[in-house]
Design a protein around this ligand. Sequence first.
Ligand code: SF4
Length: 686
Amino acid sequence: MTAIKTTCAYCGVGCGIRATVTGDRQVRIEGDPDHPANRGKLCSKGTHLGETVGLEGRLLTPMIGKRRASWDKALDLVAKRFRDTIAQHGPDSVAFYVSGQLLTEDYYLANKLMKGFIGSANIDTNSRLCMSSAVAGHTRAFGEDIVPATYEDIDAADLIVLVGSNTAWCHPIIYQRIRARCDAGAKLVVIDPRRTETAEQADLHLALRPGSDVALMNGALAWARAAGVVDADFLTASVTTPEDFWTTLDEGSDLWSVAKTCDVAPADLRRFYELFAATPRTVTLFSQGINQSTTGTDQVNAILNLHLATGRIGKPGAAPFSITGQPNAMGGREVGGLASTLAAHMDFAPENRARVQRFWAAPTIAPKPGLKAVDLFRELGQGRIKALWIMATNPAVSMPDAGAVREALAACPFVVVSDVIAETDSSAHAHVRLPAAAWGEKDGTVTNSDRTISRQRALFPPPGDAKPDWWIIKEVGRRMGWKTAFAYDRPAEIWREHCRLSHYENDGSRLFALPGQSSAGNADYDAMQPFRWGGTPFADGHFPTADGRARLVTVTQKPLPAPLRDWPLTLNTGRYRDHWHTMTRTGLAPKLARHREEPLVEVHPDDATRLNLTDGGLARVGTPQGTSLYRVSVSTGQRPGELFVPIHWTDRTATGGRTGLLPRPLTDPYSGQPGFKRTPASIAAV
Ligand code: SF4
């Protein structure tokens, strides 16, 4: 039995797997020792992937309403309804809502169909909920959405700062790498309102007030400047500094003011600032605690400012590092699968639109950015989107104000859901359901958090009538009338086209093998080895802006709102270690369910006493958007006045824990990312 090299289905760490098929829908999973992301290691979720490849709950045939249908009939109906809707109401009356679970080839085709052929940019993705603030922050600072760090930078760092990230649970293999570096002498600082498993093992934990990250990072830069570690030569040569930057930064950035704003001990803050100032090789990793905020982009830029101003970028062990949640969030970014980008990192400038339209030989091209996720579902609810195709995601659970999203789906004249799972909270509202091939059944590429591109490979043939997403999209495109533009027989052809549009193919200078490999393997799609495009970003001090210079962005701490009378607490949301999204896969592995069997609301002991909550009792959490039931866990890891709940449970998995009902649909003004981390809330025992 030969092991097949593929990658994990879950998070953005992008671990390599050696999968050996041992029987009918049976597979042995091992970490791939040759993959540079994990070097043979796997976390609990990856280890138990083999338990999740059964057919329980699978959608195996196309369905029109409650009836089985042939592919021809279902695809013809989808193409006709989209064509008719566009003819009657225009291209902006339709939308796609896609997913970081899609492979790059799937993402590329969905983007091409919507932006080049339908002529709208109404394609957004659940990655909007995950890392779009990092995208907007990178673009403001660097001119393009480029992650300027790799996992090898962690191996070279002397100080590792984790901001808004429970890495030990959410990116376990990155965390093992961090621990190995700490064992060799590096220091670890964790900045997070909660004392998570990650924070417990840090040299220093700053349990800051939620939403005060800009103040904390601006204070770090003011301290660094006073300590003389701002890199004046680098700023002069490579960075544009707005006139008001330093004067604005200095306002309220003294140690005592920042400590008060952030509600942390001045001595702890000073220790962090001194460590940062004294350690040139610093990597700052940030995740959802930064991104999922109504001030997420400013928070990202406060971190990028700190690294740019101290010249800690483009050098080994010195970089800001956005770590992504999903296996292919980065692949989606590369093809332009967000409503706010056109294709291949290009925006909607006239010359880009002309170039992409020419390349695709497309009849039209989207004239402007489309609707971002929260706006998309709001317009769906207002009746302006009249046909929606949801691919590989479950917005009726995962969007903020999920109750309103459900109502919008129920009222939409035509909803298509292509998914692996037969019954989801979203597909309950679908007029047509299309069976998609799952992990282990499809072929393509994914890009992980450090820009390593790897192959996912099929282990089994798709069951029943299931088909890969790229095949479903190209069939709809062909049936809408664009036969030549969507004439693909295999994903390798789509990959090649993506590379040509991105200027990558035939540009060997930008193709890099990874440590431990003798060559980069993109020449042969089938034998492709993990690789990266491009060397160390910004190592030459050149940035992809018009003048080649990066930009410091003036950002100020927004006032933090006083508690509301009826919702005096602050609700935070996040992942558990052994579950993934809405548990459609991890729910199939009994060993994973044991880690946390039900959704808990974590409450500080003082709040529990004051509100008569008992550990193990039930409580109802309420917000201005809705309510849901949880079991209480009294925990000193919470700050007083703050609650934490997990995101995974749905109507189909529990009577409570419907976290999506609780957050408000408020978004960051630059990125459109919703703020999941700070919702006014109440709690009462039941
Ligand atoms: Fe999979 Fe992420 Fe775990 Fe790696 S760290 S095995 S990619 S879930």
